[in-house]
Write a protein that binds this ligand. Structure first.
Ligand code: PRT
Ligand code: ZN
Length: 297
């Protein structure tokens, strides 16, 4: 197979998203052989390879056609898109992945009151996301200066290089340690799968579709439980209505027990003890809840 018939995915080499993204791909059945320099992983189970890079390089690599897909924080994707505007061939967020959650927020000193965007006028705000910040300031008609830094944004006010900061927050501990508090959220972020705006027209397009289906299935499976039970035939409709997430159960007769049925359903939400107790009160017995390994609809 020629090289570009293989799909190439850019993944963060280290950092917060590297490990969870590779775990997700492993759950999709992808196995890789790492190169000696640990920059490239050759796909052994499917013609899908990984390029291990810094997260900031991922949108550009897809834009230039070096990679077909990538995993990055939504914050990185949007910052890139704003920095490129018309110069970009077009990237799209294909799907959010449900991990790497954080917020891009403006933080102010703990002892100040937040009175709204107007309070930012004339301030110098340190950030590693100058384009996202400028965009938000413009939308809120605030004239302030975005001071672009490459890291350690939270110490800028103490160093006197800025008055406030605009940074990613997850637990809020870093802000607190620097006597700052979150004032306003500019963006809710999580890890996302990014691809070119148009699908490759060759074999890679099909591979991409197949991978997306597996990713979808892995995500659904994560929250899914198979519920199995037995119940009086007359209670089957009531019990079906009590199944969490209201799935359509399969109802089968039990040999030699004309008034009883066996029911099973895949519930795509958490199944709690309360759910089971409600099912039992409605007449269900022999309740069994099992984790689901794979689903292919
Ligand atoms: O080396 P490379 O350039 O690849 O990595 P990086 O250092 O630029 O990024 P990395 O690995 O730190 O983060 C990758 C992505 O994880 C980000 O782009 C976000 O989408 C997501 N993410 C989720 C976070 C956080 N949570 C987070 N808390 N990225 C950074 N932080 C930092 C934040 O900048 C601040 O310094 O953690 C600190 C705040 O955390 P709390 O918990 O104290 O609030
Ligand atoms: Zn980075």
């Amino acid at each position: 197979m020629r090289e570009r018939e293989r799909l190439r995915i850019a993944v963060q080499k280290s950092g917060r998203l590297g490990e969870p993204c590779r775990t997700l791909l492993a759950r999709c059945g992808l196995r890789f052989r790492e190169s000696r320099d640990k920059l490239f992983c050759y796909g052994e189970s499917m013609p899908i390879d990984l390029l291990l890079v810094r997260d900031d390089d991922i949108p550009g690599l897809i834009d230039e056609g070096v990679c077909d897909l990538g995993f990055v924080g939504r914050n990185v994707l949007l910052e890139y898109q704003l920095s490129k505007r018309s110069k970009s061939a077009g990237l799209r967020e294909i799907q959010g992945l449900g991990f790497g959650g954080c917020r891009l927020s403006i933080a102010i000193p703990q002892d100040e009151e937040w009175q709204g965007p107007g309070q930012l006028a004339g301030q110098r705000i340190a950030t590693t996301y100058p384009n996202l910040l400028r965009d938000w300031l413009a939308k809120n008609s605030v004239v302030a200066t975005a001071v672009a830094l490459s890291g350690s944004v939270e110490i800028a006010p103490r160093l006197g290089t800025a008055d406030l900061i605009c940074d990613l927050v997850s637990s809020g501990a870093t802000l607190q340690a620097n006597q700052l508090k979150e004032a306003v959220v500019l963006l809710q972020s999580e890890a996302v799968l990014v691809g070119a705006a148009t699908l490759p027209a060759d074999e890679r397009g099909e591979l991409l579709e197949q991978l997306l289906q597996r990713l979808d299935s892995v995500r659904n499976v994560h929250a899914s439980r198979l519920v199995m039970l037995q119940a009086p035939r007359v209670a089957a409709t009531t019990i079906a209505g009590l199944l969490p997430g209201c799935p359509q159960p399969t109802v089968t007769s039990i040999d030699g027990m004309a008034d009883q049925v066996a029911m099973q359903a895949v519930c795509n939400v958490d199944v709690s003890w309360q759910h089971l107790e409600a099912l039992k009160r409605a007449g269900a017995r022999s309740l069994l809840v099992l984790p689901v390994e794979m689903i292919l609809a």
